[in-house]
Design a protein around this ligand. Sequence first.
Ligand code: MN
Length: 271
Amino acid sequence: MKSIVTAAAMALSVLDPAVAAGTELQISRAGSRAAYIAPEQNFTGKVSVEMLQTPSGEERASAGSVSFTPGARTAWHSHPLGQTLIVTAGIGRIQRWGGPVEEIRVGDVVHIPPHVKHWHGAAPDSAMTHIAITEMLNGSAADWMEQVPEEQYRVAPATVVKAAGAQPSQGQTLFGDIAPKFAQLTDEVLFGDVWARPGLSRRDRSLATVSALTAMYRPEQLKGHLALARQNGLSEAELVEVLTHLAFYAGWPNTVTAIGVARDVFSQPKP
Ligand code: MN
């Protein structure tokens, strides 16, 4: 009986006009797509790609979510039909051949016209994820060229130089008025050395810091570090997951308080 029902269901699906014409919607569920490591001949550093859309038949548009660890970037390349990048996490860099290095942040959208030589990637001290939408021509989405060497990659971005000159440092802002030595230690040792060390990404340092501040019940400091964690490439959903996880290790009331802090922080626009 069961096999008859299955056979009937299969026959129905074959005859379904939506299936026959290839018009069914295809939903790939969150968390179900595999990521692969980008090939090292075309990238520097660790880069992972989660394909969101692979064209078939007459289709041309491909879409992928590309995650660069701090310092990672593409080689120089161009696209036969151009490319659109949508930054979804962290802080990145992009440069066209002969142009300035530009900083890109969450929510920025970059369009690269066809045949323009360029590279894109993470900032040296921040991870970056972007969605790349690229039309394929004769099965190719990119023409790959030489790697981006350190001396090209390390050029200070035009956009940040302006911002840095206008803003006082974090330590100076928080403590400079009353505790200048503590402000200097905060800037030079804590953020300038410890947070910048390559042994752990800024994103992972934020995970550790947010966890410690939640477990130790430090809502004042947690506020600043939840904001910093967003800048360092952690999504709001990931941070809420951390707080939920911590309820079982650091105590339920600590998570209740931390979620209240997170609600306030997430209601603010990202700097
Ligand atoms: Mn590109």
